[in-house]
Design a protein around this ligand. Sequence first.
Ligand code: GLG
Length: 829
Amino acid sequence: VNPGAARPTHPLALAPVVSPPSSVDGFVKQFLTNLNFDQGVSLSESDANDQYLALAGTVRDYLMARWLEDQARQNEQQSKTVCYLSAEYLLGRQLDNNLLAARLTDIATDALAQCGIDINDLRELEVEPGLGNGGLGRLAACFIDSLATMSVPNIGYGIRYEYGIFRQTFVDGEQVEQPDAWLRMGSPWDFPHPEAAQTISFGGRTETYDDNGTERTRWIPDWSVLAVPYNMMVPGYHNGRVNTLRLWRAVATNAFDLRIFNSGDYEESVRAQTFAENISKVLYPEDSTPQGKELRLQQQYFFVSASIRDFIDTVLPADYDLTKLPDRVIFQLNDTHPVIGVPELMRVLIDEKGMEWDDAWAITQQCFAYTCHTLLPEALEVWPVDLLGRLLPRHLEIIYRINEEFLEEVRERFGDDMLRIRNMSIIGEHPYRSVRMAYLATVAGAKVNGVAELHSQLLRDKVLHDFAEMYPDKFTNVTNGITPRRFIRLANPSLAELITEALGAGWTIDLERLRGLEALAEDPEFRERFGAVKAANKRRLNEVLFQRDGVHVDETHMLDVMVKRLHEYKRQMLKVLHIVTLYDGIASGRVAAADVTPRTFIFGAKAAPGYAMAKRIIHLINAVGSVVNNDPRVEGRLKVIFPPNYNVTLAEKVIPAADLSEQISLAGKEASGTGNMKFALNGALTIGTDDGANVEIRQLVGDDNFFLFGMTEPEVEVLWAQGYTPADFYQAHAGLRGALDLISSGAFSEGDRSVFEPVVSNLLYDDRFMVLADYASYIAAQERVDAAYADQDAWTKSAILNVARSGFFSSDRSMRDYIDRIWHTPPVL
Ligand code: GLG
C-alpha cells in the first residue's frame, strides 16, 4: 500500500500486528512497560496522572491491532465510507468506554489492583473532551459509537479545539465561565500525524487562465495554515472493530520569523503563529444563534477543506477515478456548520482535478447529505456575502453559479414567480446580502433529514417548504438515538445487570429486546429489584454531588430533573414557576408543608456567554434554590440543586437517578431532544409537551406512562395568529400571579426588585415561547405527577414500561435508518 514502506526480512516483522495477551498478567506487563517507557517513571515513583496516562496507553495498545487491521480491510474492500462532518463531538470520558468495548474492564481492574492501584481513583482524573455544546455534538458521538459497533466504515471529521465548552462556575449564583484546559495533563487518546497535514488557504483573489484552449479559474489565496490531524480510536462494542475520529488542529505554516525575533520584537515574531493557531483555539459556546464572526467561518472551512482533501488525497488510492467518488463516500453534513464543503468539493474537482462543471456538480450532489437540527429561524446560519467573498473568493463564485443554475431550474418548474424565486434563492438580500447555508445544503444534498418525525414534518411544511415542493424525494426523517453502551451499560451498571439477568446479554446491541421487560413489569419481585436499582442510583448521585459540590440528595425524595442547555425555548422558566408556585403555597400558609410531595429539583444547564436572558435565568434558579432550601417552613420537602458545569460525565450520574424527566419546550421548537431518550431508557417518567421526539416517546411508552401537557404545535400557531397577550394569562391565573409577584417582590433577591425584573417583564410583555400560556396546563400535569408518585408500585411499573418500550431510541436504529434511507453503506465484515 505504502510504496516507501520497509521491506522486512525478520520473521517477526512479517507477522500481523500483535496485541498484548488478554490476561491480567499481560495487562500488568503492558501497563508497567508504558509507565516506564512512555511516562518515564517507575511504579513506586509514579503519581496518579502518570498511572492514568499509562493505563490509557495500555488500553490503546490492546485496540491497536484491530484499528490497523480495520484500516487495511476497508482499503482492501474499497468500501463506501461515511464521512461525518461535524463541528462538534461531545465525547465524554474515554477510558471506561474503551475498556468496555474491548472487554477489558475486569482485567484492567484486577491488573491495577495487583499494582496497588484502585482504578476508580484514575477514572476520576480523566477530563472529558468537551468539544461540543449540547445535543448536536453528543449525537455525533453516539453515531460514531454505533457505526463502529455495526462494523460500518466511518471517519468522524471535526476540530480538535484546544479549549472546549467553558467550565461553568457560579459566583453569587451567577454563571462565570472558565476556560476548559482539557489538554493540560496530556491527551492519551489521540495520535498526531503532522506528516499528514493539509494546507488550508484563505483570502486573496481568483483569476482565469488558458489551459490548452479551455478557460479555467484558479484561486490565488493570500494566507494559509496547516491542518494537522489527530486520530482517535472509535472502538465498536465487542466486535473487534475500531473506526477513526480525525480531529484537525491548526498550526502556522512558518511558525515564526527568526529575523524579527532576533531583532528583539518578540511579540511580532509570533504574531503569525498566534493568528493561525487561533483557528482551533476555542469551541464557540453557542448552538442556536449564529455569531457573525469571521473566525467561525474560518473554523468551518478549515476543518471541512482538510477533511474532504484528506479523504480524496490520502484515504482513496492515488489513482482513484473521481467520477466514481459517490461509490466510496458520503459526506454527512451535521447541521449547516460544514456546508462550505459543498463549494469546496466543487472547487477541488474543477480547479484541482480538471473536471467540467456539470460532472463535478453531478458528483457533488451524490456525495453530500444534510441533517437539519433546528426549527428556530435565527439558528439557520447565513454568511454575509462580503465576508465570505473576502475569505473564500473562489467559493463565493461557485455558490453564485450554483444559485444561478438552481434558480433557472425553479423558473422552468414554476414560471417567473418572483416571490418564490426570492424566497428560494441561496443568496438572501435582506437585511444584507448573505449566503443561506441551509438552502445551499438542501440544493446540493442528495437527502435532507430532520431529527424526529414532527421536526421533519415541520421542515417540509414550513422551514423548507418550497424546497420540499420542488424536491419531495429529497426529504426524509431519521429520528435521533442514543448509544446504549454509554448511557445504559456504563452509566447505569446496576440496571444493565438486572436487564441482562432478565433477558440475556444481547440487548446492548439489539435494544428492541428490552420489550422483554414488559411482562416483568407485572412481576412484583422484579419491580422491587428495579426500585432498588433506582434507589441505589440516587445514593450514588448523592455521593457524587456531595464530593463535588457539598450538597445532598435525599433518597426519599422524588428526583425531578431538567438538564439541557439553557434556552428560552426549552423553558427552564416554566420549571422555575412551578417551584415558586409550590413554595408560595407553603410560605403563604395556604398549603401545609406536610401535604407537599417531597421533591428534589435538579438543574443542569450552561448559558451561552453572550446570552444575557439565559444567564439571568440561571441566576434566578440559584436564587430560588437558596431561599427555598433554607426556609424552615418548607421543612426540607422541596430542594433545588443546581450543580455547576453540567457535562457528559455528570449526566451519566444524574440521569440514572432521575424519577421525572422534564421535557417542556414550547411545541414546535425542540427539533428532537436526546436527553429525553436517555431518561426514558433509564426508567424516568417524562413530563413533556408534544414536541420533538417526545411525540414518539409518548406513542411508544403509552399515554398512561407519560405526563403530557401544553399546547400542540398547531394550537401554538393559532394563538400567535390571534395575537398572544401573556398578561391575559397572568390575570387569569391566581397561582401564576402569585409566583410572578413573588419573584417581582424581591423575595429571591434580598428585596432588590430590579434583579429579576427583566425576567418577569419579558414574560409579561413578550414571552416568545409562551411560558405563561402553558403554565396552567403544566401545573395540572405536575399535580397528576404527584398523585401518580404516591403509588410507588404503579410508578415503578410505568418506569419499567418506559425502559421496555424505548428500545427504538438506540442510535444503532438511527444508523440503520441513515444507512437504508441515505447512505447505502453496508457493514464491512
Ligand atoms: C439540536 C437540537 C436538539 C436535537 C439535537 C440533535 O436543538 O433538539 O436533539 O440538535 O439533533 N442544537 C441542538 O442541540
